[in-house]
Design a binder for this molecule. Structure first.
Ligand code: GTP
Length: 354
């Protein structure tokens, strides 16, 4: 694919994939956050597509020692013309420590860094031009949020130069937060201590500003979602089905189903291998991964099913996320629940109304 970056620029990308993902448990107990499905496609695939779209074809994955599951990413990346390099940490190094640990891959020129848990259609060409034009040491993508008092906000001047970061501000000083996408000049790596856990947001950025280094904010106004919590993960899935994010993803993974026997009163995305019994009802937005079975008379409303989920007859599942290889026996009625991989719900399991 032709590079959309400035001619002659070869830029690398680094994706941070080594966090614990505690807020996305139980799913991250068995699957790394970046491999969790978003509308049937692993989250990191969207990042590969974005990078590839902008001609960033050399991508470093900063991962932790439990990295075996990432092997499947190589063929996925290759199909998009991306060459992957693994930078594996022996122990968790934090977001800046992980970047430092990948130094040997990143010394040729400015490089992009992505948090592995964001979904975005950020214009990387525009961000790169912004970075070059303002001569920054680091450019941070910033997004506007409604309730800045839950986040760390960035304080910057009319030239977009950042002067301060404030955690959970009580006063309305700024509503722009760090979107987890950075362009970093390679000499900044020398400012990060080696061999110890360091946070880029909490330590490196404030220290650089204190030293007078040029840290800028590039304002992104398109789609952005931090997929780090169950609620946001659910929203990201539904947004992907609704086409709110304007990057293309492989349509063969998950198609709008026109399955027989299904009374579809909402939006259904289902893998081709999904089988439906008779009189299944779909409401709200429903996403169903490979090799699932939905039994006669079951009703699904605002539900995400991972792969190999078996739901017997007359179940009602509402506002829930169901992990891989879950069996839900007949006549279950469950709502507002995140069910981890390999759970087995016996017949008539139900949630209790409070
Ligand atoms: P929580 O445990 O739910 O807070 O999630 P997390 O551990 O992923 O932390 P957080 O959401 O703050 O991390 C932001 C991004 O940085 C994610 O993509 C993480 O995978 C990544 N990350 C966090 N810590 C490390 C680390 O020590 N090493 C690497 N390689 N990546 C990290």
């Amino acid at each position: 694919m032709k590079s959309l970056l400035l001619q002659g620029d070869t830029i690398k990308g680094l994706i941070l994939l080594g966090g614990f993902g505690t807020r996305l448990r139980p799913f991250t107990l068995t699957t790394p956050k970046s491999l969790l499905p978003v509308a049937c496609v692993p989250l990191v695939y969207y990042q590969f597509e974005l990078l590839s779209k902008y001609g960033i074809n050399d991508v470093v994955l900063a991962i932790n020692p439990h990295c075996r599951k990432y092997r499947e990413l190589f063929s996925m990346a290759k199909s998009l013309g991306i060459k992957l390099y693994l930078s594996c940490e022996k122990k968790p190094m934090g977001t800046a420590g992980a970047i430092k640990n990948a130094k040997k891959f990143l010394q040729d020129g400015p490089f992009f860094v992505f948090n592995g848990d964001i979904l975005t259609d950020c214009n990387l060409t525009e961000m790169f031009h912004f970075h070059k034009n303002c001569g920054a040491d680091i450019s941070i993508a910033g997004v506007k949020v409604e309730n800045p008092n839950h986040f760390g906000v960035m304080i910057f001047d009319q030239n977009n130069r950042i002067h301060n970061f404030i955690e959970k501000p009580q006063q309305p000083v700024s509503n722009i937060i760090n979107a987890g996408i950075y362009i970093i000049q390679p000499d900044v790596l020398d400012e990060i201590p080696a061999g110890r856990e360091t946070s880029i947001e909490k330590e490196t950025f404030p220290q650089l500003i204190e030293k007078g280094r040029h840290v800028s904010v590039y304002l992104h106004s398109g789609y952005w979602m931090d997929v780090g919590t169950i609620e946001n993960y659910r929203k990201a899935n539904f947004d992907a089905v609704d086409g709110k994010m304007k990057i293309e993803y492989r349509k063969d993974h998950c198609t709008v189903s026109s399955a027989k026997n299904v009374q579809c009163e909402g939006k259904l995305k289902a893998a081709d291998s999904v089988m439906f019994g008779k009189n299944v009802i779909i409401r709200g937005t429903v996403i169903i991964g490979d090799n699932c079975y939905i039994g006669n008379g079951s009703v699904l409303q605002d539900v995400i099913l991972f792969k190999d989920v078996f739901i017997r007859q007359n179940c009602v599942i509402e506002n829930s996320i169901v992990g891989n290889s879950v069996i839900i026996e007949e006549n279950c009625e469950v709502k507002n629940i995140a069910i981890g991989d390999k759970c087995h719900l016996c017949p008539h399991t139900r949630t209790i109304e409070s």
